[in-house]
Design a protein around this ligand. Sequence first.
Ligand SMILES: [Zn+2]
Length: 264
Amino acid sequence: MVDPSLKSDFLDYLRKNGIKHSVYIENVASFRNTDAIGSSFRHPSALPPDLFSVYLSHQQMSNYLDLLAKKYPPLVHVQAFGTSFEKRRLDMVKISTEKSGVEKPIILIDAGIHAREWIAPAMALFIINQLAENETNRYLTEEIEWHICPLLNPDGYEYSRKTDMWWRKTRSHTKNKHCRGVDGNRNFDFHWNECGASSDPCSGCYAGEKPFSEVETQAFRAYVMSIRDRLKLYLTFHSYGPVLVPNFQNNFPFLNAHFDKFLL
Ligand SMILES: [Zn+2]
């Protein structure tokens, strides 16, 4: 996304560096798909007939994961690896074809640490859906154990759905009683609060009082440490724009999500 005043410099830069480009959305601010949330409000916990036609609530996601675990044992296993500040379940799905005595390499995926980036959890859920329910993908689970947390910040996500669409952080209390939440993606200890982060609790990039101040990041750290010996790849999904592509089969949403942990 480029500010109009920077457009010509940006295009120059792309040209100079030989980067192919095209405009995907002319005006991002006008591009909101509120219908996609509206319909899911009518189903607070029941699953919609077409799972990927709306942005699911946290409860709906958990219900879907439980359903998969029930339908596809031992391929799919769901565990709560922690609880959010507002006591919502933090789900981790493990998907792997059972092979007794074999310790497989692990691919770890998380999504939704930033509350308003709704397409990221939707994409993680779609990957779960494809690994579990699409039999032609079984080869992907033969040699790999997939560990996927589709929603790492459920409190912020629900707050974003119901109250403030642009909410980004967790919902914990801070030292400023008027400003809540920590940017979970700035709360890890690696180069904590060095750049792109803020010490101001009212900032959207507030890094927290200290590294791992949030129960969500604490729980995630403990989980990662528990699988560290076999962890070979870690992907964390972010996005820009409240964009839902109605038919994921034909329009895979990679365009709207990427793996940049530090920029978004
Ligand atoms: Zn993000």
